[in-house]
Design a protein around this ligand. Structure first.
Ligand SMILES: [Zn+2]
Length: 245
């Protein structure tokens, strides 16, 4: 409710809720809703829709992609009339979520490029699954600043080729500005390749608190425009609609 109120204060005309989806096993990790909380989440979004009729409020989820979870994600999609699914990779293995500050020591044990390679390989698989409307925070491995010395362009090219083929969008996510990397996800370099391949974009602030709703959107729009973008996508009932930037 507070998030919707904040969106109205800011003069936004549309907001989407995309909480972290449950996993097939509730004890998978400790930073997402449990399966039994899904209905409560949907009810809260519906309540906000009724309380703020002047605001378009979309019902969505940020869904973790792990290989083998495809059927689970398909079932999740059938449980509610979702407006969109953001597909994200946080886990490069079943036990390491690379953006988890509690597991920062894992980064220090590994070669950064090998992690980026594993991440983008999985992200490309997520795209190819065809289960998602939007791909979340595409270059998440930069979060803590562990950047490989090697050129990552081939990883971006392969990933974005799959995105273009599948027809999903990538999000400009301003949360990166609030992390060690101090940069919007994705980087300008990745976004330039996306633009060349006609990959559509969406905007998100990845708000984990009401004050973060719409945070730094002006910078994200400026970045998109500077790369050449003139349009963004919005999703309703998993159908895309273009809007001018
Ligand atoms: Zn995420």
């Amino acid at each position: 409710m507070d998030y919707a109120r904040r969106a109205v204060e800011l003069g936004l005309d549309e907001i989407g809720f995309s909480d972290h989806s449950p996993m097939p096993r509730d004890d998978f990790d400790d930073w997402r809703m449990r399966d039994s909380q899904l209905d409560e989440y949907v009810a809260k979004v519906r309540l906000a829709q009724r309380e703020f009729p002047q605001l378009k409020i979309r019902l969505a989820l940020e869904v973790d992609y792990l290989p083998g979870h495809e059927d689970w994600i398909r079932k999740l999609a059938a449980r509610q009339p979702w407006d969109y699914f953001i597909g994200s990779v946080h886990y490069v293995s079943d036990s390491w979520d690379i953006d988890n500050p509690a597991k920062l020591s894992e980064w220090k044990k590994r070669d950064a490029f090998a992690v980026w390679q594993a991440y983008f390989e999985r992200l490309t698989q997520a795209v190819e699954s065809g289960l998602f409307d939007i791909i979340g925070h595409a270059d998440l491995p930069k979060k803590f600043g562990f950047r490989p010395a090697q050129d990552c362009t081939p990883l971006y090219e392969k990933f974005l080729h799959a995105v273009a083929e599948t027809g999903c969008a990538i999000e400009l996510n301003t949360a990166g500005l609030r992390k060690d990397c101090q940069e919007i996800y994705p980087s300008r370099e990745l976004l330039e390749i996306a633009f060349r391949k006609n990959v559509p974009i969406t905007f998100g602030s990845d708000a984990h608190a009401p004050a973060e709703v719409g945070l730094n959107f002006a910078e994200a729009v400026a970045l998109a425009r500077s790369v050449g973008y003139t349009e963004t996508l919005r999703f309703r009932q998993r159908q895309a609609e273009a809007a001018w930037l």
